[in-house]
Design a protein around this ligand. Structure first.
Ligand code: AMP
Length: 379
């Protein structure tokens, strides 16, 4: 029987859903968006916009029944709501079982470690945990992390003293009850690999370097300036991580790499990822198009770069205001670059409002240009 390939549902309407929608619409595939409020970055671009959330199963069913398959842009949706979609006979990509293994970072680490994938040392924090015991295990410096809902460093705390430990436990447990502790990794670089997998094939994108500011990804350099051997190892580990959670669809795997060339998984995201935004212009098939293809089980496109180097820089909110870029005239005169404004209505400090990608030969020139353009944006 011919599959319809008409409509994919996305749970969430932020920038990842918006850019997935933009890729889908070029292929003639429509997107339905479920988001808490109407007028979200993706919701404003489709007529199939559902305002409400996944705990409303009447709405969730109405939404899912419009779709050939459903995917998500945020892994923190309770897996039981994804399972509900599957019970309707509608495919979730990735599956509810995969999401259940990822959305709790402690379970994710345990699953990866059990599959023999290198991860930082980790242990759950319980009522009987004590600073001195953890210090003995990890050394003077370690992290406490919320098991759920942590992103862009929210839900993480660096611990270097008994005082840090007490105040962070209090702060983190207020936010989310369960915590785990993780050894500090003295990494040289942070890397990321996008992996896209269907029942028939698996492909990796080039290994990129990510540079964070205040725990938020600021710059992505593609490809990462690392030895070929390290890049191959990073790709192998990233694919093994996706297989360990029985993952299908697209995944962003974040890695730490030290000067000896060891590679550890920091965490994985079961969706398009900020480290893959450069692929829209700098690879043959973007992460968003391959995401759409993988959700529908279509053959995947090439993940090769179409240029020597690319740099992506995030436009982060600087203060409270609107998401409007106020100096487009000036920006558009600053040379050749690709601007993405996510259309968010409200800007907050650190909020991802858009991004810019540049392509060229000389990485250091691209980085300089990217920073200059980003500094010029008035938002
Ligand atoms: P996360 O949201 O857990 O990925 O953490 C955000 C950022 O905190 C990472 O990109 C790293 O820069 C840093 N970080 C997280 N875990 C560790 C670790 N175990 N050792 C050193 N730095 C870390």
């Amino acid at each position: 029987m011919q599959v319809r390939h008409n409509c994919i549902g996305i749970l969430g309407g932020g920038q990842l859903a918006r850019m997935s929608l933009q890729a889908a619409s070029r292929l003639g595939i429509s997107i339905a968006i479920l988001e808490k409020h109407s007028g979200s970055p993706a919701g404003m671009l489709t007529r199939k916009e559902f305002a409400g959330w996944v705990d409303n199963h009447i709405l969730l069913e109405q939404f899912a029944r419009q779709c050939d398959a459903v995917t998500l842009e945020n892994e923190f949706i309770d897996a039981s709501n994804l399972y509900f979609i599957e019970t309707l006979g509608i495919r979730m990509v990735p599956s509810s079982d995969t999401i259940a293994l990822i959305q709790d970072k402690y379970i994710q680490k345990r699953t990866l470690a059990a599959a023999g994938i290198p991860v930082p040392a980790f242990i759950p924090v319980t009522d009987t945990s004590e600073y001195q015991k953890l210090k003995k295990l990890f050394g003077k410096k370690f992290l406490l992390k919320s098991r759920k809902m942590g992103y862009d460093g929210y839900g993480n705390a660096m611990i270097t003293s008994p005082e840090d430990y007490v105040s962070s436990i209090e702060k983190l447990t207020k936010r989310h009850s369960d915590i785990y502790a993780e050894g500090f990794v003295n990494f040289e670089k942070e890397l990321a690999v996008m992996v896209v997998r269907t029942q028939k094939e698996v492909k990796t994108y080039p290994v990129v370097e990510t540079i964070q500011e205040n725990h938020i990804c600021k710059l992505v350099l593609a490809p990462a300036g690392i030895p070929k051997k390290t890049a191959e190892l990073a790709k192998q580990i990233a694919v093994a991580a996706v297989e360990a959670v029985d993952g299908f669809g697209i995944f962003g795997v974040e890695l730490f790499c030290n000067s000896a060339g060891d590679v550890l998984v920091n965490e994985m995201a079961p969706r398009p990822h900020n480290s893959g935004h450069y692929t829209i212009e700098a690879t043959v098939t973007s992460q968003f198009e391959n995401h759409i293809r993988s959700v529908l089980g279509l053959p995947l496109g090439s993940t090769e770069m179409n240029c020597k180097n690319a740099v992506m820089i995030n436009i982060l909110g600087r203060g409270d205001g609107t998401g409007e870029i106020k100096n487009m005239d000036k920006l558009m005169k600053m040379g050749d670059f690709y601007l993405h404004n996510y259309g968010k209505k409200v800007s907050r400090p650190g909020r991802k409002m858009g991004h810019i990608t540049l392509k060229g030969d000389d990485m250091s020139v691209l980085i300089k240009q990217a920073k200059k353009i980003e500094r010029t944006v008035v938002i």
